[in-house]
Design a protein around this ligand. Sequence first.
Ligand SMILES: [Zn+2]
Ligand SMILES: [Zn+2]
Length: 419
Amino acid sequence: MYQAPRGTQDILPADQPYWRTILQTVERLAQTYGYARIDTPIFEDTSLFERGVGGGTDIVDKEMYSFEDKGGTPITLRPEFTAGVMRAYIEHGMRTWPQPVKLYSTGPIFRYERPQAGRFRQHHQFNVEAIGAQDPALDLEIMSVAWQLYTELGFGGLSFQLNSTGCPQCRPAYLHALKAYYQPHESAVCDDCRRRLQRNPLRVLDCKKESCQAIIAGSPHIIDYLCAECAEHFSRLRHYLDLLGRPYELNHRLVRGLDYYTKTVFEVWASGIGAQNALCGGGRYDGLVEELGGPPTPGVGFASGLERIVLLMKAQDIEPESLGPAPFLLAYQGAEAKDSAVRLVNELRAGGMGAILTFGDRSMKAQLRQANRSGVRFVLIIGPDELAEAQITVRDMAGGAQQRIARADFFAWAKERVL
Ligand SMILES: [Zn+2]
Ligand SMILES: [Zn+2]
């Protein structure tokens, strides 16, 4: 017996209303904020992600689905969206478009992770990027897209976690202070952190190991080391957040590990969703386009995992909008009645009305049982009597009331009730 590969799942019809609700909200908000859709390939050159996500990250070191295609070219299933979108920005000369270029994507991404609740090896993301402006009001806009998305989906108790990770000018002084602080603790921290201190020291701040927590709590704060430009950007962003009354908390542990991630880093948290509070994360990457071979170009964005949103909607008892079943089911008896039912169901559907035809020439009882289970509003019954009198029997499933309607009048009657 085959099963879906480990770390993947089938999204069955019962779950589709969650997905439809999320994706429709995403599309409506993208329109509201002026973000255009872009779809990039699901796979790219492996080196794009090695540079655009970065060696020293778990993604590149441990989690990518990389292989050589039949022509010997090293390719990787995308583990995130940003690198591909930046590649497209450079390739299509988008720097000549009005700036910032504001783009969004949704689709699957692939990471070889240990499967656990809400975490899949193929999972889906909503991703938003604004490229080509360094204005802190643009950081606010990106954060507002996330805020409004979760608000409209029905999440309560939202707040931002906020930090700045500085820039290549001011970060070295902080890293120096951080390493100096960690030096006397090096034997006490976990193996991962000892490695991070060599390769990617900022990442020690988001270590989840119990043994490292007390050491992290006493570490110096990067916002005390910002250069004038980074400090000004951070204080303007906080000003704009205050202006809109958005609650935020400074979180000195919130970091991205690589040089091209600059300034703003944020997460949206919702209350009451357990230990893992974050709904999404994002921030600035002013050095990324240059890292990929383009001209110096600032950028800011965020990504949100859709499986996780579905999981949290269920945990918070948020009901998605459902399209509901078709309003009509046609039950018939005999070959001549079936002809009439086939014509009628076609007529209803062509007129934009949902209608279900039963199959297999089953007994009237079996067809009515199907109608009961399917949740339709009306069963339309055509048997020998109805045929003889050119009528249709209509049963209202809500009260069980039955009436006969002339076949010639039925389309108008149906339109009045369901359109
Ligand atoms: Zn700086
Ligand atoms: Zn650690």
